[in-house]
Design a binder for this molecule. Structure first.
Ligand SMILES: Cc1cc2nc3c(=O)[nH]c(=O)nc-3n(C[C@H](O)[C@H](O)[C@H](O)COP(=O)(O)O)c2cc1C
Length: 140
């Protein structure tokens, strides 16, 4: 089992339909290739953790790196591990814009996500870093 985190800047012209496309392909591809993880999108930034078979994760990441819908891709950390951490979902996706932060639902989502980030199991330094960076991104 291999895990990897990267962050990137969303393309300036990214539309919500692009996000839906990414989400649809990810759900399909990741579930058939036993890849799990979490994708956070906030304030034009992406943060993603991917986990699964070594080759599957590396191959997927090289596809993602070529994707023109984002840039400034920086691979933050990676690690071999024995157990999957994100067992319950193939890809969690959240779109949050700073201008909408006053919206109750979005604020509620941020609060919930921050709570999850505090309570989540953090068995490896990579997972710990993922939740730490999620908090940093959400707190601006
Ligand atoms: C931020 C971001 C995250 C992505 N995450 C995934 C993912 O987890 N799984 C996936 O199959 N594609 C993901 N993609 C889409 C891939 O980059 C790519 O479109 C997909 O592998 C299909 O390749 P193709 O467009 O050459 O057919 C992501 C794209 C972006 C911009």
């Amino acid at each position: 089992m291999f895990e990897l985190i990267y962050r990137s800047k969303a393309d300036d012209n990214l539309k919500s339909s692009d996000i839906l496309d990414i989400l649809n392909i990810s759900k399909q591809w990741n579930s058939t290739h036993n890849i799990t993880g979490c994708l956070l999108y906030y304030n034009h930034e992406f943060l993603q953790i991917l986990e699964g078979d070594d080759i599957a994760v590396k191959d997927l990441f090289s596809q993602i790196e070529k994707d023109r819908r984002h840039s400034n891709i920086s691979r933050i950390s990676e690690n071999e591990k024995s157990n999957r951490t994100f067992k319950n979902w193939s890809m969690a996706y959240h779109e949050l814009k700073k201008s909408e932060i006053h919206d109750m639902n979005r604020q509620h989502f941020i609060d919930s996500f921050l709570t999850i980030s505090q309570l989540a199991e953090k068995p490896t330094h990579v997972v710990k870093l993922f939740w730490f960076l999620s908090q940093k991104i959400l707190k601006g």
